[in-house]
Design a protein around this ligand. Structure first.
Ligand SMILES: Cc1cc2nc3c(=O)[nH]c(=O)nc-3n(C[C@H](O)[C@H](O)[C@H](O)COP(=O)(O)OP(=O)(O)OC[C@H]3O[C@@H](n4cnc5c(N)ncnc54)[C@H](O)[C@@H]3O)c2cc1C
Length: 472
């Protein structure tokens, strides 16, 4: 069952006129070429509808005005940050207002005493990190898209990243937020949700509910984030080269079993390394089938011991070699390669991106199944992974314009979701359901849980105006 599409009761012209009555002219985008650029995210082959108009809001009041007009005229609202999503979550639906939050970039408060900051949703993750670093503070969640993706988008997808293995995902840092909601509060009402204190259990965890809600419950206009003190010292980087993906998977399982806590444990296969090397010439040799990259930020002797134990674990799992990088530039180049792997592969043609997560002990088996499924469907495979979390991103590569290969990749995509569910895992660890994982979600969720989720959506958005057709 899919969520009903909203009945758009208005023409594009009527919508434009109504918005123009409440917003400065430069906020409104009607130019078809610009609108087309704002109408989709980075997901390959996710359906894109025809937006009626886009609004580049600059304040919470403007967001309220957009939502009120949308409710009055029955037009869907599709919130959007930077559009780096990989599930079609920010894709336009027919007749919608694309609500672009990327111009709301203010840092409203940095409370170093309490390790809290308050920001608008459009600030880019890395820009926030840079501002905080000046005050000796750190916001850990670090999706590989951190140079481009916004905090609002990160919150709406509950983004993960490289250091989330040790420091947690976006959810662990969201204390509170403000959002323009509908439902019981009335469309266009600003609601303060959550708290600013370290602890708090006053009522249901509505801030937690908004995290990962993919724009389907309301528009986030402000976020209160928990911070940490900036790390001190230089981290240790440990690299392991493996002859097979499965051997690298065994090393991940071993690291978990030994109770080691690297701040990152990432996997890159040869296809990814070669694509980055050919593009950026970082000086990386791409001979092994797979590399594991680990980072240890524990200070002092404990960190040295932990880095040594990681290298031993890699060797015990059958690494061709494992070594601590003594060269900071080389270490950074390797992590840069990890961050650039996705855009490097995208240059070669369409990429269908998986985002499955399995219990960490199951990583070797899941990696083996990934290879089997790709081979069965004759699909070219590249794999990157936040391997320490069990979060695997097999990337299915398709030659441009080859529709037969695309269909094979889409079949493989669905089989990979089923395999992850079969291992007790999930169809999406961090990219969200959006449009691409709707089928997988139905197969994964307990039926009762699905009913609860639908009930929440219809209670908070009875007119189905916020990002309709996504998730369900
Ligand atoms: C190269 C690359 C690497 C990536 N690496 C990672 C990674 O390591 N980890 C990870 O988790 N993801 C990763 N992603 C996916 C993507 O960057 C994340 O999902 C990110 O959080 C999206 O942020 P965005 O600002 O681009 O949001 P968008 O793509 O614009 O939107 C994402 C979703 O959030 C909703 N939304 C956006 N802003 C708001 C708001 N203010 N209020 C309500 N809803 C809103 C949208 O409707 C949509 O459903 C990667 C993507 C790329 C292209």
């Amino acid at each position: 069952m899919t969520s009903p599409s909203p009945v758009v009761r208005t023409s594009g012209r009527e919508l434009l006129e109504a918005l123009a009555g409440h917003l400065p002219a430069d906020r409104i985008v009607a130019d078809p070429a610009v609108l087309a650029g704002l109408a989709h995210d980075e997901a390959e082959w996710a359906p894109v509808g025809m937006a009626a108009v886009a609004v580049r809001a600059r304040s919470e009041t403007e967001v309220q005005a957009v939502v009120r007009v949308a409710a009055e005229l029955g037009a869907p609202v599709v919130p959007r940050g930077a559009g780096t999503g990989l599930s079609g979550g920010a894709n336009a639906v027919d007749g919608c207002i694309v609500l672009d939050l990327s111009r709301m970039t203010a840092v409203l408060d940095i409370d170093a005493e309490n390790l809290v900051c308050v920001v608008q949703p459009g600030i880019v993750n890395n820009d926030l990190k840079a501002v905080l670093a000046e005050q000796g503070l750190w916001y850990p969640p670090d999706p590989a898209s951190a140079p481009w993706s916004t905090i609002g988008g990160n919150v709406a997808t509950n983004a993960g990243g490289l250091c989330c293995l040790k420091y947690g995902v976006t959810r662990d840092y969201v204390l509170g937020l403000r959002a323009v909601m509908g439902g019981p509060a009335g469309y266009g009402t600003v609601v303060g949700i959550g708290r600013r204190t370290t602890k708090g259990v006053a009522g249901y965890d509505l801030a937690g509910l908004m995290v990962g809600s993919e724009g389907t419950l309301g528009v986030i206009t402000e976020v209160t984030l928990r911070l940490r003190p900036a790390l001190v010292g230089t981290p240790h980087t440990v690299v392991g080269a493996f002859g097979t993906l499965v051997a690298a998977g065994h090393a991940v399982a071993k690291v978990t079993r030994r109770g080691l806590t690297p701040s990152a444990l990432e996997l890159l296969d040869r296809t990814c390394l070669r694509a980055v090397q050919e593009w950026k010439h970082l000086g990386i040799e791409a001979d092994a089938t797979a590399l594991l990259l680990a980072r240890v930020d524990t200070p002092g002797d404990a960190g040295v011991a932990e880095a040594r134990a990681l290298a031993e674990s890699f060797e015990a799992a059958g690494a061709l070699w494992a070594a601590q990088s003594t060269d900071a530039i080389e270490a950074e180049a390797l992590f840069e390669a990890r961050r650039l792997a996705y855009p490097a592969l995208e240059r070669l043609g369409p990429v269908l991106t998986e985002d499955v997560c399995v219990p960490r002990s199951k990583v070797p088996e899941m990696l083996a199944v990934i290879e089997t499924i790709a081979a069965r469907h004759d699909v070219t495979l590249a794999t990157i992974a936040h391997a320490g979390d069990g979060n695997l991103h097999p990337l299915l590569l398709v030659p441009p314009g080859d529709d037969v290969a695309r269909r094979r990749a889409q079949l493989a995509f669905e089989e990979l979701l089923d395999a992850a569910i079969g291992f007790g895992g999930t169809v999406t660890a961090e990219h969200g359901v959006g449009l691409l994982k709707k089928g997988g979600l139905l197969r994964e969720l307990d039926p009762g849980s699905l009913l609860m989720q639908r009930a929440i959506k219809s209670a908070l958005d009875p007119d189905n105006l916020f990002n309709p057709g996504k998730i369900f």
